[in-house]
Design a protein around this ligand. Structure first.
Ligand SMILES: [Zn+2]
Length: 156
């Protein structure tokens, strides 16, 4: 827990790393109890922003943990990596201390969910949509990096 801090970022609160990570490092395990959408305390409000889909109608809801503060970026430094049914945040770039931790929400989007994006990156897509809304070369890069959950690959 000491490796991170929650503080103000470009759009609200964000999670920042206090240590360095190398590309390929596991940054943290995703927290929360697996639940169906309707069972989540924040359903349907804020459902998209604060839950991680881990399978067909299965989610990790907001649990009050620091991972609830991880923001989206269209050019992120992390991705969601699945191993034996456990979900992790994996560095897809070298991360230096004091950098905001982000991943591309479109690699893990809920059916029909969409949100405007103001991440400030040069490559910002303007809209966070489902996986197929990501440009092809970026999709292929995420797949190569192993940061697209299996249920997303299966449904696209
Ligand atoms: Zn963006």
């Amino acid at each position: 827990m000491l490796d991170f801090s929650v503080r103000k970022s470009r759009n609200g609160m964000g999670l920042f790393s206090n240590s360095n990570f190398k590309k390929g490092d596991i940054v943290m395990e995703a927290m929360g109890k697996p639940a169906m959408a309707e069972e989540l305390p924040n359903y349907p409000e804020m459902f998209g922003e604060y839950s991680l889909q881990i399978g067909e109608n299965m989610y990790l809801g907001a649990d009050g943990g620091i991972d609830d503060y991880i923001n989206h970026s269209c050019d992120p430094n992390c991705g969601i990596y699945e191993n034996n049914g456990t979900f992790y945040l994996k560095a897809i770039k070298d991360i230096s201390g004091d950098e905001e931790i982000t991943f591309d929400y479109s690699t893990d989007v809920k059916d029909g969910w969409e949100m405007e994006c103001d991440c400030g990156k040069k490559r910002c897509r303007g809209i966070i949509g489902n996986f197929s809304s990501i440009p092809k070369e970026t999709r292929e890069r995420y797949i190569r990096l192993g940061v697209v959950p299996k249920f997303v690959l299966d449904s696209n």
